[in-house]
Ligand binder design. Structure first.
Ligand code: GLY
Length: 354
C-alpha cells in the first residue's frame, strides 16, 4: 500500500509536469475552510467511555465553531486558527497550555508556532513556562519581534514585555498527566507508553481572501528533559503555510516529524504541481484525492522511519483533509460548502469536504 501510494504520487507529479491541466471555472463565492486537530495516537473505542467521547467531540466542535465564525464573517485565516487553538489550550483534555504533560522535573514547558501563508512570515516559541496561551506568544514573535523563534527565559522575558498572560504552575496541572509521569518513572516506561495519545493541538485555515495560516501548540512529551523540543515550534516540521500551496499542522512523535520536515514537504510537493498550472483551478482539476495522496506519501515516510502521528491540511483550492497513521486523531473540519464535522477514530467515515 505504501509503495502504491508513493508510486501514485510520483506518477501524478510526472503527469502534471508533462500534461497541462484543463482550467476550471472559478467559483463566484470566495470559499473558506478550516481544519483542527487535538492530537493523534492510540485512541481506541474500547478505551473510551461514552461520556469521555462526547466531551472530546463537544470540545472539538467548539474549537471548530470558533474558527468557523471568524471565517464566515470574512475574518482572516490567522484569526480563525488562533481562536480555535486558544480554546484547546485552555481545555485540560488536550496536551497544550492547561492540561499539558509534565517534564521529567515535574514542570510544564510549551512549544508553539504560527505561520502566515501570505508571505511565509512565522513566529515560534520553544520550552516556555507559565504562559497561558503559547500560540499568542508565537504570534507576537511573528508580529512584534525581528525573529522567528524564541526559546526559554528569553522568550518569557519577551512575553512579559508584550504583556502576555501568565498562570501559576498548578493551573496547568492535571491528575492524569501527573500520574502518567509517575508511572513512567516507576515502571521505567517511555513517553509513548504513557502518552496514549499525543494531544498536541493545531489548526489550519483558508480565508475568503485566499490567505492561509497554520498554527500548532503543545506541551511536548511526558517526561521530556534536557530541554527537549519537538516539532510543533519548528517551522517546516510541525507547522507550515504558503498561499501558493497549502497550510499544515502536525501532531505526533516530534522527532520523526522534524527529521522528515513533514509540513513543508507536503506543501512543497503541492507547490511542484501548482507550478505547472498558474491558477488554483489547476490544482482542483487534479481532483480531491490528489492532495491526499501527496500528504499520505509524506506520512508514509514518517512511518517508514518508525514514527507515528498525523497532519491536517487545507489547500489553496479549499480542500480540507487529514492524514494519520495512528488508531485515531482528534480532528474536525468545516468549509463554506456546508461541511462541519468532528471525528476521532480512523475508521470514521469522512464525508466529502467539497
Ligand atoms: N508533536 C509534539 C511533540 O513531539 O512534542
Amino acid at each position: 500500500m505504501m509503495l502504491f501510494r508513493s508510486l501514485a504520487a510520483a506518477a501524478l507529479i510526472v503527469v502534471t509536469t508533462v500534461l497541462p491541466l484543463p482550467a476550471l471555472a472559478q467559483d463566484d463565492e470566495p470559499r473558506w475552510s478550516i481544519a483542527i486537530h487535538g492530537g493523534a495516537g492510540t485512541i481506541r473505542r474500547e478505551d473510551m467511555t461514552p461520556e469521555r467521547e462526547a466531551a472530546y467531540r463537544a470540545a472539538l466542535q467548539q474549537a471548530l465553531d470558533a474558527g468557523t465564525r471568524i471565517l464566515e464573517e470574512g475574518g482572516s485565516a490567522l484569526d480563525a486558527i488562533e481562536a480555535a487553538i486558544l480554546l484547546m489550550e485552555d481545555d485540560p483534555k488536550f496536551n497544550a497550555g492547561r492540561g499539558a504533560v509534565y517534564t521529567w522535573e515535574g514542570a510544564h514547558e510549551f512549544d508553539a508556532s504560527i505561520m502566515d501563508g501570505r508571505d511565509r512570515d512565522a513566529g515560534a516559541v520553544a520550552g516556555v513556562t507559565g504562559i497561558r496561551h503559547p500560540i499568542l506568544l508565537a504570534r507576537k514573535v511573528m508580529t512584534d519581534s525581528p525573529h522567528v523563534m524564541l526559546a526559554g527565559q528569553g522568550a518569557e522575558q519577551f512575553a512579559a514585555e508584550q504583556g502576555l498572560e501568565t498562570m501559576p504552575p498548578e493551573w496547568f496541572g492535571t491528575e492524569a498527566r501527573r500520574e502518567a509521569l509517575e508511572r513512567m518513572k516507576a515502571d521505567k516506561l517511555s513517553a509513548l507508553d504513557v502518552d496514549i495519545k499525543f494531544g498536541t493541538v493545531g489548526a489550519v485555515a483558508l480565508d475568503r481572501d485566499g490567505n492561509m495560516a497554520a498554527g500548532t501548540s503543545t506541551g511536548g512529551m511526558t517526561g521530556k528533559r534536557w530541554g527537549r523540543i519537538g516539532d510543533a515550534p519548528v517551522i517546516g516540521a510541525g507547522t507550515y503555510a504558503d498561499n501558493r500551496s497549502c497550510a499544515v499542522s502536525a501532531t505526533g512523535w516530534g522527532e520523526y516529524f522534524i527529521r522528515v520536515g513533514v509540513a513543508k514537504s507536503i506543501c512543497e510537493r503541492l507547490l511542484m504541481v501548482r507550478n505547472f498550472e498558474s491558477t488554483s483551478a489547476g490544482l482542483r482539476a487534479t481532483g480531491p484525492g490528489f492532495a491526499q495522496i501527496l500528504a499520505d506519501s509524506v506520512m508514509d515516510d514518517v512511518k517508514r522511519l518508525g514514527g507515528d502521528g498525523g497532519i491536517i491540511l487545507v489547500t489553496a483550492a479549499g480542500e480540507t483533509l487529514y492524514s494519520f497513521n495512528t488508531a485515531g486523531m482528534y480532528r474536525g473540519r468545516a468549509t463554506s460548502a456546508g461541511v462541519s464535522e468532528v471525528a476521532i477514530y480512523a475508521d470514521e467515515e469522512q464525508p466529502s469536504d467539497r
